[in-house]
Design a protein around this ligand. Structure first.
Ligand code: SF4
Length: 704
């Protein structure tokens, strides 16, 4: 419910996976100032530059304010009925697997829950996937294989307690700034704390590094199987922990020793200085309190799950898990990638951290939902989903709160696939995006500050995002739109929610349904919240045994979520990315975020101070490659491969290693059409995780 005209509200930042608490000051229905919420455990009163500019981003310019059919404004009834009839017609003719939902880590948990319930329980397909597939599905796979469930063991405090922090494939300073500031503050207090950054680029994160390992792009598995071999050779194993809590140790170690028997072998694979490598291995071997924080540099890879498990293996084998200051730690990109995982917003999960691995699982959820058309098998993951759209196997798709024409690999293909699809429905708060331009039907959705619900951050903290601004025009909340669609499609029961609190408590109840301690994700203590209690819910880390008692660390007793109760050390055989540089495409393109922009810039580009940080798209290139190509900074370059091409200005910098170039992901048709980098990324994805390889595209470069 919207608050009075003037008030102060505690809410949560809509950007990165740190999930900072924000205090919003509202006057006359305008957000006039924001500050960090001192009570929120993630940020304790601080905000980064993006978070602190939130009040400059809530104008209604560019907003989608009315439902539209083929570009013409219509009433909500007309839009919903047309979409519902379109979906029903396709389902009738081609079956439930001919339709799909593509969701977003920007949606709130309640939105995610009803969308997932509608598709998996009522339409009868599991074709529900999300842009979180592009962000952390490799880590999900790594967690499930190692721990038996998708569980993040540690918390932010562990980064402050550690004596060794290893940041792998993560420009934490720019992409998770408040977590980075917490590490900076901890190191200032205890300068003996060691920081190692593992990244092919020298990023801003390296400013606090004692050691930067600028490894060969994509060689991370070698680094960590090499570390496992080193631990075995240098008394770095915790043999008691292995005996009591680990399975698969011998196979994992012998594969590691076969691939990476010694440091000089690893140095060759990773193209690293052997002394630097020795230093890193020595620190990990001898420092008990170590946290390895890993992010998109690990995840956004066809072998990201193996890379994640190679890291986890080193923590398991040395007993550095489940203890203060000792954990592997996957940090998510988006504000609610975790919440989406919790409700089953991935095509290979059902709901409440229940997957399809056992036949009874979907039956359990079917019973709870009283679902008329329960899906009993996995659906299509993002890349395969859009391929099915292209191949006309999926004939109706509903995209909510995301812009796949910009963010998906091979984005030119995504655009073509949507343009020829029978029915494309898009819910968004922005009128003109690369994806809304492909829509037959547009639903105007509410945005941050107008929406009301929950999000879960990277350390499993569930926080409230609250509404304090009037919804503009005819916009509605995503969960309301989904419930209206469900009813218009003929599903009268199961979607009668009138408040997000009712959805949240149902989700919480499902997490405890016939659980009997089998699943660690259990927030059933929150299933009895009244609307008022939900409104005042304080941040709480799951598995929450009450509304006030958080669970900062998992596996403190050495018990994991597998049948045996032991963690599995996955056998990792390291490989390099399939697509390597060639004579035709001699450079490897890496992609990523910049400090002051978010995704496709629809919100952050409204704040002048954020735009000023970096105003134009760019291509980072090393001085030696620039010399070779006779390129100076600001020269206009074309970057291309068989999939497409991009144009941007050169930034010649020694931060980039020879043979590699870097482009940011943010620019698109709205701001700089020629710099839409997704059209260069090949749709190669992990066999199990489905996560695309977004950081390793061979390209050529021409000076224009
Ligand atoms: Fe928002 Fe992330 Fe910045 Fe925190 S660190 S204020 S969650 S963008």
């Amino acid at each position: 419910s919207v608050k009075p005209d003037s008030c102060t509200v505690s809410t949560t930042c809509p950007y990165c996976g740190v999930g900072c608490g924000v205090t919003a000051k509202v006057e006359n229905n305008q957000l006039i100032a924001v500050s960090g919420d001192k009570q929120h455990p993630a940020n304790r009163g601080k905000l980064c530059v993006k978070g602190s500019a939130l009040h400059e981003t809530t104008s209604h310019s560019g907003r989608l304010l009315e439902p539209q059919i083929n570009g013409q404004p219509v009433s909500w009834d007309q839009a919903i009925n047309k979409a519902a009839q379109g979906f029903n017609k396709v389902i009738e003719q081609y079956g439930p697997d001919s339709v799909a939902f593509y969701l977003s880590g920007q949606l709130l948990t309640e939105d995610y829950y009803v969308a997932n319930k509608l598709m998996k329980g009522f339409i009868g397909s599991s074709n529900v996937d999300t842009n979180s597939r592009l962000c952390m599905s490799a880590a999900v796979t790594a967690h499930k294989r190692a721990f038996g469930a998708d569980l993040v063991p540690g918390c932010y405090e562990d980064l402050e307690l550690a004596d060794l922090v290893i940041l792998v494939g993560s420009n934490t300073a720019w992409t998770h700034p408040i977590v980075y500031q917490r590490i900076v503050a901890a190191k200032k207090k205890r300068p003996q704390m060691k920081i190692v950054v593992v990244d092919p680029r020298r990023t801003a994160t390296c400013d606090i590094a004692d050691l930067h390992l600028a490894l060969k792009p994509g060689s991370d598995s070698y680094l960590f199987t090499g570390l496992l071999s080193y631990l075995a050779d240098n008394n770095g194993l915790d043999t008691t922990y292995i005996a009591n809590h680990i399975q698969g140790f011998n196979a994992a170690l012998s594969a590691a020793q076969e691939a990476t028997p010694n440091t000089s072998e690893v140095a060759k694979h990773c193209n690293l200085d052997p002394d630097d490598l020795q230093q890193f291995y020595n620190w990990f071997c001898n420092i008990t309190k170590a946290v390895t924080l890993f992010s998109q540099g690990i995840n956004q890879s066809a072998t990201g799950a193996d890379k994640g498990d190679a890291i986890i293996n080193c923590h398991l084998a040395s007993g550095k898990i489940g203890k203060p200051g000792a954990t592997p730690f996957s940090i998510t990109g988006q504000p609610n990638a975790m919440g989406g995982r919790e409700v089953g917003g991935l095509a290979n999960q059902i709901a409440a951290h229940i997957d399809f691995s056992e036949p009874g699982n979907s039956k359990l959820v079917e019973t709870f939902w009283q679902a008329p058309n329960m899906s009993h098998k996995e659906g299509l993951k993002a890349v395969d989903m859009f391929n099915a759209v292209k191949d006309r196997k999926i004939r109706a798709i509903w995209i909510m709160g995301t812009n796949p024409v910009v963010s998906m690999p091979d984005s030119n293909l995504i655009q073509k696939a949507l343009q020829q699809c029978e029915l494309v429905v898009v819910s968004d708060c922005v009128e003109k995006t690369d994806t809304t331009m492909c829509a037959d039907i547009l639903f105007p959705a509410t945005s941050w500050g107008e929406k009301n619900g929950t999000v879960t951050n990277s350390e499993r903290t569930i926080s409230r995002q609250k509404s304090f601004l009037m919804a503009p025009g005819k916009s509605r909340h995503d969960w309301q739109i989904i419930c209206s669609m469900a009813q218009a499609m003929g599903f009268k029961n199961g979607f009668n929610f009138t408040d997000p609190a009712q959805i949240f408590t149902e989700h919480a109840a499902l997490s405890g349904f016939k659980n009997e301690g089998k699943r660690l994700f259990n927030i059933s203590a929150l299933s009895t919240l009244s609307e008022q209690q939900y409104d005042h819910l304080e941040p709480v880390q799951w598995p929450a045994v009450s509304t006030t008692k958080s669970s900062p660390r998992l596996f403190t007793d050495g018990k994991f979520n597998t049948l045996s109760g032991k963690a599995l050390m996955v056998t990792v055989r390291p490989t390099l990315p399939v697509n390597q540089a060639s004579a035709e495409y001699p450079y490897i393109l890496n992609t990523g975020r910049i400090r002051d922009q978010w995704h496709s810039m629809t919100r952050t580009a409204k704040a002048i101070k954020l735009l000023r940080h970096i105003e134009q798209p760019f291509i980072e290139i090393s001085p030696s490659d620039a010399d070779h190509l006779n390129i100076q900074t600001n020269a206009l370059l074309e970057v291309s491969n068989a999939l497409g091409h991009c144009v941007a200005k050169a930034k010649v910098t020694a931060e980039q290693q020879p043979g590699s170039v870097f482009m940011p992901i943010h620019w698109n048709n709205r701001y700089a059409a020629a710099a839409r980098v997704g059209n260069l990324v090949p749709p190669i994805r992990g066999r199990v995780s489905g996560q695309p390889e977004s950081k390793h595209a061979p390209v050529k470069i021409n000076k224009l």
